[in-house]
Design a protein around this ligand. Structure first.
Ligand code: NAD
Length: 310
């Protein structure tokens, strides 16, 4: 079966997506640098719109997508797509939830190890001509309490990896946590406040929703141990960055590692003035494996939808 739908790809995506869709007869327009104005002009011509994280499909743009059947996000979060507008136009929105879990979970492990051993501080010291051996006494991860907030795809993968490091895993989710998984990794379920009070490391893996916006605010941060470290690879708005800055600056929190920010690109973010912080430019899913898996998953889902299978 071959299809003749037209596809607009608005962001840079792994070439596999082009290849699979073309093989199935779809007509591809690849414009990874397209601007919102240019999208507005031509969106009505296309049946399928593909984005990654650069393009935001606003209500205004989606309202013009008169021939669109599918919007695909080559990634996980759907916060750059106005879902209500898509629903109103009867457009199906798909994403690749499974693709990034290993890459994001491995980044969190990297953050925890770097925070525990102050790797970035030692590195900066040597570059600045300082040998900070005596100052940089670290801690092991083994035996530490690790609180995971949100036990979906990424949270669960992380739990399994952390078990390999012999950490004690504590979990909080608003939905029941998979019993078999909990038993496998020895996860202790708890409420959010207890998790924050008990953990040496806390990692966030929730979607950005009204209910999760600033779910970690000054009050929640004040529950944490002064030595504890918080890691956010989910979405920037989940932590109140101003409150985090104050907690770190005043010595009320041990450290933080952030891959996501309230405003991206987070150039000149004042958290960068603090030593006990590691910042990366939203690279959680930025691996060869995650990108190619996301592209494959999306190409496959589009073909299955056109075939009427899913
Ligand atoms: P998922 O949907 O599989 O899991 C999210 C979990 O959070 C669910 O179990 C849900 O019940 C839980 N949850 C929702 N609200 C909650 C709350 N208030 N308190 C506690 N738990 C709550 O999602 P996922 O694939 O694991 O992704 C998690 C996050 O990671 C998303 O925000 C996603 O956008 C982000 N992400 C970031 C990157 C990156 O590049 N840094 C890459 C992929 C995904």
């Amino acid at each position: 079966m071959s299809f003749n739908e037209s596809v607009l790809i608005c962001d840079e995506v792994d070439p596999i997506i082009n290849k699979v869709l073309k093989e199935n007869g779809l007509k591809i327009t690849y414009e990874p640098q397209i601007t919102p104005d240019q999208i507005k002009e031509k969106i009505a011509q296309y049946n399928i719109i593909i984005v990654r994280g650069r393009t935001t499909l606003t209500k205004e743009l989606i309202e013009k997508a008169d021939n669109c059947k599918i919007i695909a996000r080559v990634g996980v979060g759907l916060d750059n797509i106005d879902l209500d507008a898509a629903k109103a136009k009867n457009i199906r929105v798909i994403n690749a939830v499974e693709a990034a879990m290993t890459s994001v979970a491995e980044l969190v492990l990297g953050f925890m190890l770097a925070l525990a051993r102050q790797i970035t501080i030692g590195d900066r010291g040597i570059r600045d001509g300082e040998w900070l051996k005596n100052e940089l006494v670290g801690t092991e991860l083994k035996g530490k309490y690790f609180g995971i907030i949100g036990l979906g795809n990424i949270g669960k993968r992380l739990g399994r990896l952390a078990k390999g490091l012999h950490m004690n895993i504590i979990g909080f989710d608003v939905i029941p946590i998979d019993e078999e998984f909990s038993k496998d990794v020895g996860l202790m379920k708890t409420d959010l406040d207890t998790l924050l009070q008990s953990s040496d490391y806390v990692s966030l893996h929730v979607p950005l929703l009204d209910s999760t916006h600033h779910m970690i605010d000054a009050k929640k941060l004040s529950l944490m141990k002064k030595t504890a470290k918080i890691i956010n690879t989910s979405r920037g708005g989940v932590i109140d960055e101003e409150a985090l800055y104050e907690a770190l600056k005043n010595g009320n929190l041990g450290g933080a590692a952030l891959d996501v920010f309230e405003n991206e690109p987070a150039i000149k973010n004042k958290l960068a003035t603090l030593d006990n912080v590691i910042l990366t430019p939203h690279i959680g899913a930025q691996t060869k494996e995650a990108q190619s898996l996301a592209a494959n998953v999306i190409a496959e889902k589009i073909i299955q939808i056109l075939r009427g299978i899913i």
